[in-house]
Design a protein around this ligand. Structure first.
Ligand code: TXA
Ligand code: MG
Length: 335
């Protein structure tokens, strides 16, 4: 089996793809859909057998819960037992968008979605395609990122086709994901609320709405409540390091100290751009956290495809805006 890829770049094609995706989803199938963060592997969140297929396709461990994608506050409320005032305020501020709220689950949500836990993660995505599919289906869509477990998240249809195309009937091409990294996951069942996974909507933006936030775990290796927060995740195949350098000579010295062949070295830089000489590839991403987030996974996918043996990423700044980028890079670089 090889997945059919449906384009969405005219109104007619968009509507056709919505109908086709909705038909498959109603029949209990899994389809890959675009969202503004990363591509998702979607199934009817109310149908445990359909969700079971997601776990099989991804090779995802059963203890890792799946985010439920909704459109509108009414649908969110069907998925949760309680809808606190703070959820309303956060939804006002950040939905639709890259924020997942963890709340007490309702009885409509099957065990398999929450990994039998008492909470459910809900997100109203801003991508018009998945919104249209959810509206058409009338049920929420359980959707993890559309990659094999522990690999890099896909930010375009081609990434999905290469990694999971043999296991899917349909991939909808909604263009390059505009956020580029996974949503912020915020747990509202603890007091104060706690960020389980940092994202482009960062701590200061959230606490402007919620007030105090719980401090993130001090220890990097701690087992967190959000299984996606394990140290090793989102990984490319190549060895990856995060370095700072001030000139080419310094960078080259550090590489030669590693004693590796230099012909398969890829550099991803935002501030000190090395000359291309001696590197398989030098990529420049603007020195801007949102632009960097949008581009970084595509860079890592490409490095893997080109057979890079070493990926050197220039250290991102230490500010709040870059927190999520630092988090993903650290996990991708973990041994
Ligand atoms: O941006 C995103 O969130 C993308 C797109 C497709 O929406 N989805 C995504 O899903 O990244 P996934 O499954 O790859 O990551 C979801 C993360 C995991 O770390 C999971 O453990 C956590 O959210 N999560 C989901 N439900 C949870 C819950 N009830 N409590 C705690 N963590 C939860
Ligand atoms: Mg994922």
């Amino acid at each position: 089996m090889k997945a059919e890829i449906l384009p969405t770049d005219t109104t007619a094609l968009f509507n056709l793809a919505v109908e086709r995706a909705a038909d498959l989803l109603r029949a209990g199938e899994v389809v890959a859909l675009p969202t503004e963060t990363v591509y998702g592997l979607a199934a009817n969140a109310f149908d445990p057998q359909a969700v079971e297929r997601i776990f099989r396709i991804k090779g995802r461990p059963a203890h890792n819960p799946i985010i439920v994608h909704i459109v509108g506050i009414e649908m969110a409320k069907r998925c949760v037992a309680k809808w606190p005032v703070v959820a309303d305020r956060l939804a006002q501020a950040f939905w639709p968008g890259p924020l997942t709220l963890v709340l007490e689950r309702s009885e409509l949500i099957p065990d398999i979605v929450t990994a039998t836990g008492p909470t459910v993660g809900a997100r109203w995505p801003s991508h018009p395609f998945i919104q249209a599919v959810i509206r058409r289906c009338g049920f929420p869509l359980a959707a993890p990122s559309a990659n094999p477990s522990n690999e890099l998240s896909p930010t375009n249809a081609d990434h999905v086709q290469k990694k999971l195309g043999n296991h899917l009937r349909l991939i909808v091409d909604g263009g390059q994901s505009q956020v580029g990294i996974e949503s912020t996951v915020l747990d509202l069942t603890t007091s104060p609320a706690k960020v389980l996974r940092p994202g482009i909507i960062h701590g200061p933006a959230l606490s402007a709405v919620t007030g105090e936030l719980a401090q993130p775990e001090a220890s990097e290796g701690a087992i967190l409540k959000s299984p996606g927060s394990l140290p090793k995740h989102y990984s490319p195949r190549a060895k990856m390091v995060i370095w700072s350098w001030t000139n080419d000579a310094e960078l080259k010295n550090r590489i030669s100290a590693l004693n590796r062949p230099s012909e398969a070295v890829h550099v991803v830089a935002h501030t000190h751009i090395p000359s291309r000489e001696g590197f398989a590839r030098v990529s420049v991403i603007p020195h801007d956290a949102e632009a960097f987030a949008r581009a970084i996974y595509a860079e890592l996918h490409q490095s893997d495809e080109e057979g890079a043996s070493l990926i050197i990423v220039e250290h991102p700044p230490a500010t709040d805006e870059w927190h999520a980028v630092r988090d993903r890079l650290k996990r991708a670089a973990a041994d």
